[in-house]
Structures are given as structure tokens and as C-alpha cells.
Design a binder for this molecule. Structure first.
Ligand SMILES: Nc1ncnc2c1ncn2[C@@H]1O[C@H](COP(=O)(O)OP(=O)(O)OP(=O)(O)O)[C@@H](O)[C@H]1O
Length: 310
């Protein structure tokens, strides 16, 4: 008998589809990403291995990867509330208190990833899923998609990856020069916060830039980033403390940008922060890996097999 029963399709990405499945043994609902075996590239391998290193309440939990005759299946936690992107699109923008609720969870997840040695490099609203849980006033945030992630980034990154609207200026300009992937992640968190509050992108002015070539669009965006020329619409009620946070995150010079410690010390971040949030991160960092979990070496050899070494 099959171990997983498909309930419905959840969506599709550049590599394959994601399904809602039921674990037949436990009745638990899970998400399963199904790729063709031939798409088991080194990038996909990095995505899965990096994801498998992370266990945190605000990161979609990686369960296992397995092969069928034709497919590579990645089983993970199912987030039942859609994405933050959909929520912001439906509501146009979020109230400051709601934006802070999600931002706190995002920063806890990013802090944990960085301490584990993983930079996501594609933090955006579409990759932040939501999970509704009984008894909680708002959905929980769950980071997903480690397709561009980089582990062991002590030697900084240099490839230009990510999504343009969320990309830090030093990444956009890098052209093979090194940048610190952790600091670039903080910029993307700043863009996420801005979009939640104002319902538009801070630097990607789609109206004004329509019709421009890609190169000119990037040039325009860079000019706005470097001039810190994002609009703080006065019709939207946002506190001074929150704006101070935004300004610290969207500093074009990576050396002047807030780092995670500075964010976590900020009074706006600490307002209504759930008790023991920081201790929780220490707890998850020290959690031993259960013996039944797939290790990076096992995952790598499975992917090797998928690539043809059957
Ligand atoms: N764990 C999950 N729980 C619930 N929905 C999920 C889960 N993982 C992915 N999805 C949904 O499935 C869809 C496809 O996800 P997938 O990660 O394959 O592609 P993508 O991120 O949209 O695109 P790409 O892979 O090109 O970046 C998305 O709409 C996503 O919200």
C-alpha cells in the first residue's frame, strides 16, 4: 500500500508540483513536492540538504525525501493558511501590530537559520506560508523554499540570486563580487516589512518602470535604494519606532544596516514579543537530531541515485 494518499494539488513551481497528502499510517496531513528524477540537480540537492538541517517552529518542517521509479518526492509539514503574499494581497496591507506579529516570527526563523549556517537568499512574502492553529489569535508564519539557500557561508556569497524586488543593493551590484548573505537576508526582511505595512514594493515601482528594459529597471531600482527613496505614505498609520526599524533594515550600505542582534534589541521588535521567544531559539539550536532523521549524506546519495546512478 502507498504510504501517502493524495488529497489535492496545492500548486506548482518551476520544478514540479506540490500536493496535499495524508500519511496513511498516522492520518496526518503533509505537503509533498514531486519532481522528475532528472531534475534532481545539485541546486535541488542543496535545497533539500539545507532544509533538512533546520528544525524550528517558524520553518516548514522537512520530513523526508524518497524516490519512486519516476519521481523525487520531498515530504514536509503542511501549512494550511496559504501564503503571507495572499494575505497582504487580499487585505491590501496589514495593521502595524499584525505586521509585527509576522515580522517577529520571521526574524526568529532567520536568526535560527543564520546560527545554523544557512542563509535563505530568497526571503519574500510568497515564501512565507501561514498556518492556522486553534487557540491562537493569528496564523503562525512558516518559512519555506530553500532553493537559493547557501550553507556554510563563512566565506561570503557572490552569486546574484533571489527575487529582484527583495534583492539587496549589494547583491544587485555584485557582478561576481562577494557580499555577506546574512546581511542581504536582513534587507529582504526589510522589504517584507515594508510590503506588509504599505501594500506596495519599496523600490520596484511597477507603474513608473513599466516598459523599461530589465537593465534600466535595475538601474532605477538601485538609484532609489541608494537614495533611500522609498515612500512612507502618511495616510498609513505607522509608529515612529516602526519607521526607525524600517530605516535600519533598508540601509543601502550593508555595514550600516541593522544586524539580527540589533533588530532583536529594538523596542519595536520587543513589543508584545511572545514570552520565551529568544530562549526558544536557543532550545531549537541545541536540539539533538533524532536518529530516524535522514542525514545530509543519505540525502546526497539518494539524489545521486536519482541523477542516474541507479
Ligand atoms: N509546505 C507547504 N504547505 C502548503 N503549501 C505549500 C507548501 N510548500 C509549497 N506550498 C505551495 O505550493 C505552491 C508551489 O510551491 P513551490 O515551492 O513548488 O513553488 P514556488 O515557490 O511557487 O515556485 P518556485 O519553485 O519556482 O520558486 C505554492 O503556492 C506554495 O504556496
Amino acid at each position: 500500500m502507498e504510504r501517502f494518499q493524495t488529497i489535492q494539488a496545492l500548486g506548482s513551481g518551476s520544478f514540479g508540483t506540490v500536493r496535499l497528502v495524508k500519511d496513511v499510517a498516522t492520518d496526518k496531513l503533509l505537503a509533498m513536492k514531486v519532481l522528475n528524477r532528472r531534475d534532481a540537480s545539485k541546486y535541488v540537492e542543496a535545497e533539500i540538504v539545507n532544509h533538512s538541517l533546520l528544525r524550528h517552529p517558524h520553518i516548514v518542517h522537512f520530513r523526508e525525501v524518497f524516490l519512486t521509479d519516476e519521481h523525487l518526492c520531498i515530504v514536509m509539514e503542511y501549512a494550511n493558511g496559504g501564503s503571507l503574499f495572499n494575505m497582504v494581497r487580499t487585505q491590501r496591507r496589514l495593521k502595524e501590530s499584525m505586521a509585527r506579529w509576522f515580522f517577529q516570527q520571521l526574524i526568529l526563523a532567520v536568526d535560527y537559520c543564520h546560527k545554523r549556517g544557512v542563509a535563505n537568499r530568497d526571503i519574500k512574502l510568497e515564501n512565507l506560508l501561514l498556518h492556522l492553529e486553534e487557540g491562537l489569535p493569528h496564523p503562525l508564519l512558516k518559512m519555506c523554499d530553500f532553493g537559493y539557500s547557501k550553507a556554510d557561508f563563512r566565506s561570503a556569497a557572490k552569486s546574484q540570486v533571489g527575487t529582484l524586488s527583495y534583492m539587496a543593493p549589494e547583491v544587485m551590484k555584485s557582478c561576481g563580487a562577494y557580499y555577506d548573505a546574512k546581511v542581504a537576508d536582513v534587507w529582504s526582511c526589510g522589504v517584507v516589512l515594508y510590503v506588509m505595512l504599505y501594500g506596495i514594493y519599496p523600490f520596484d515601482n511597477q507603474g513608473e518602470d513599466a516598459g523599461l528594459s530589465e537593465a534600466n529597471k535595475v538601474r532605477k531600482m538601485l538609484e532609489r535604494m541608494e537614495g533611500e527613496a522609498y515612500v512612507l505614505n502618511p495616510a498609513v498609520q505607522v509608529s515612529e519606532e516602526c519607521i526607525d526599524m524600517l530605516r535600519g533594515l533598508l540601509k543601502p550600505n550593508p555595514e550600516q544596516r541593522f544586524n539580527i542582534d540589533r533588530i532583536m534589541e529594538h523596542p519595536w521588535f520587543n513589543k508584545k514579543l511572545p514570552p520565551q521567544a529568544r530562549e526558544m531559539n536557543v532550545y531549537y539550536l541545541n536540539l539533538p537530531v533524532p536518529p530516524e532523521y535522514q542525514r545530509p549524506e543519505q540525502i546526497k546519495s539518494l539524489l545521486e541515485e536519482a541523477r542516474g546512478g541507479r
